[in-house]
Write a new protein. Structure first.
Length: 164
């Protein structure tokens, strides 16, 4: 009987080691968990121009888009666009900002008649974007990231009045 207790004790000691073993999380599992927790559709800090840097997050975002829109409208207004027909269109300009803060136009969506009556519009918008001041890039977890967004431009060009 004494040996039975000894054998049982040795058996339980050998088996019980599994009860104290802590699960080891692998590096791959940690990376997978971290990837799931990151929302890739948002940034911590929006891109910014120098005149918007001191504002809070939402105000900075508004200031950035307002400055961007104003600058593009100013550049377009400097060009005397003349048409033979009134044009009203909302143009969707895809703006891309890289990790260095360089702004580029990646796509322009407009109605076919706008392209027909103002064929130089794409190049005017691209030149406007090239003349923008350098921006600070967006940041996610302290790392500069690329961003892309759509900027709507409302185009309203009247045909010249006909003299009788």
């Amino acid at each position: 009987m004494k040996h039975l207790w000894t054998y049982c004790l040795i058996f339980f000691i050998c088996v019980s080691c599994d009860f104290f073993k802590k699960p080891v999380v692998t590096e791959e599992e940690l990376v997978a968990q971290e990837k799931e927790s990151i929302n890739l559709n948002t940034v911590d800090v929006f891109p910014s121009f120098s005149n918007c840097d001191s504002l809070e997050k939402e105000q900075q975002k508004t200031c950035f888009f307002q400055t961007l829109t104003d600058q593009i409208y100013e550049q377009l207004a400097q060009n005397n666009i003349q048409v033979t027909k009134t044009i009203r269109d909302t143009i969707q300009v895809a703006i891309y900002i890289d990790t260095l803060g360089i702004i580029k136009v990646s796509d322009i969506q407009k109605k076919p008649y706008t392209d027909k009556y103002i064929p130089s519009l794409d190049s005017l918008i691209e030149v406007s974007a090239q003349n923008l001041p350098k921006a600070s890039p967006a940041y996610k977890r302290g790392i500069p990231v690329k961003t892309k967004f759509l900027l709507p431009i409302i185009l309203h060009v009247e045909e010249p009045l006909k003299e009788n």
